[in-house]
Design a protein around this ligand. Structure first.
Ligand code: KG4
Ligand code: ZN
Length: 332
């Protein structure tokens, strides 16, 4: 049996979780800083780091208490090593190092995006080969995994990440932070939609591009303003949502067929989008692959997903040491 304490502080959530055997969540505590960043319209790195410093100890203590485990029960301590905001990452890393040192247990550095992918381990045992659609605030990627711990990017965004495009479009429409969920809510309130472009790129490409779509939203808002027309924001949000979901689903289904994977995984903050979840289910209805989608609480940043990866790294003898540093731009 393994019991892993996992810590995640890469962006604006201070999170700790205790995971047994890689697939059982004993506790999963997330302290969000959303309100502190909302008045700035986005995450302010320095504010994020300060909040992590204030909250990290309380969050870890709560995770240990809820799991009813002692530090002496831990097999290892895991922490997000990157990518993310360097100041924010360092808070989690130092907390993890202190615990590893004080209790003489191994330290495991985890890639944040691997975490989003392995959140699906709590839904169903991962089976390889699998395809993961990673859709978050900083990443939009199609990742092919032939085996545990081995990641091959077959497509990625050439400009904005999908969550970033949601947030920027929402901001342009005057919606409050966080943009993604608010834009989706507005889109769901409407049945009409304003048709917006879809960026397919080259015929065989699995890459994505969302900056053209974001510009189309800005152009529509500016043109209407110049003409003195009031833009139907809900129809614009619906058009945006439809364009994004169409492109993500088409490329995922095409990759599933080409690589004949056993499972398709949805991962990252944008996996919380109901329209994307429903459309992907529909698009893969007759496919031979199983579709895995994390529950809502495991879509956005959390530490349980970091613990799931750490378990597999522990099994494969892939631990870190005290030289670990924040790696904001680390690749999968
Ligand atoms: O994975 P995540 O929590 O943080 C990163 O690792 O980036 O993803 C956050 C992103 C934000 O851009 C947020 O607006 C977006 O996920 N997001 C959504 C929804 N919920 C969160 N985007 C669209 N629809 C949603 N329901
Ligand atoms: Zn994330």
């Amino acid at each position: 049996m393994t019991i892993i304490l996992a810590i995640e502080t890469s962006c604006d959530e201070t999170a700790a979780a205790v995971i047994r055997d890689g697939d059982t969540i004993l506790s999963n505590v997330v302290a969000t800083q959303m309100e502190s960043h909302a008045r700035f319209g986005g995450v302010v790195p320095e504010v994020a780091s300060r909040h992590h410093v204030e909250t990290i100890t309380v969050v870890i203590e709560e995770a240990m208490k809820k799991a009813e485990v002692r530090f002496s029960d831990l097999t290892a301590v895991a922490v997000t090593e990157g990518p993310g905001l360097v100041g924010a990452l360092l808070v989690g890393i130092h907390a993890a190092k202190a615990i590893a040192f004080a209790h003489s247990i191994p330290l495991i550095g985890v890639h944040h995006i691997a975490g989003h992918i392995y959140a699906n381990q709590f839904v169903q045992q991962l089976e390889f080969p699998l395809l993961a659609l990673v859709a978050s605030g900083g990443h939009t990627e199609l990742v092919l995994m032939e085996s545990d711990g081995q990641f091959h990017q077959i497509g990625q965004t050439r400009d904005d990440a999908v969550g970033e495009a949601y947030d920027k479009a929402a901001r342009a429409m005057g919606l409050p932070y966080p943009g993604g969920p608010n834009l989706e809510k507005l889109a769901n309130s409407e049945t009409k939609s304003i048709e917006l472009p879809r960026s397919w790129l080259e015929k065989d490409s699995y890459d994505f591009s969302f900056s053209g779509l974001k510009s189309a939203v800005l152009n529509k808002l500016n043109n209407d303003k110049q003409k003195g027309i009031e833009t139907d924001l809900a129809a614009l949000a619906k058009g945006f949502q439809e364009s994004v979901v169409d492109v993500l689903c088409e490329k995922t289904v095409r990759a599933q067929k080409e690589f004949d994977v056993k499972q398709v995984l949805l991962a990252g903050g944008v996996a919380a989008n109901q329209g994307l979840r429903a459309s992907l289910k529909q698009a893969l209805k007759n496919s031979t692959a199983d579709l895995l989608i994390p529950p809502m609480s495991l879509c956005t940043d959390n530490a349980a997903m970091i613990g799931a990866v750490a378990h597999s790294m522990w099994i494969n003898d892939s631990t870190s040491n005290m030289a670990m540093n924040g790696r904001p731009g680390i690749r999968l």
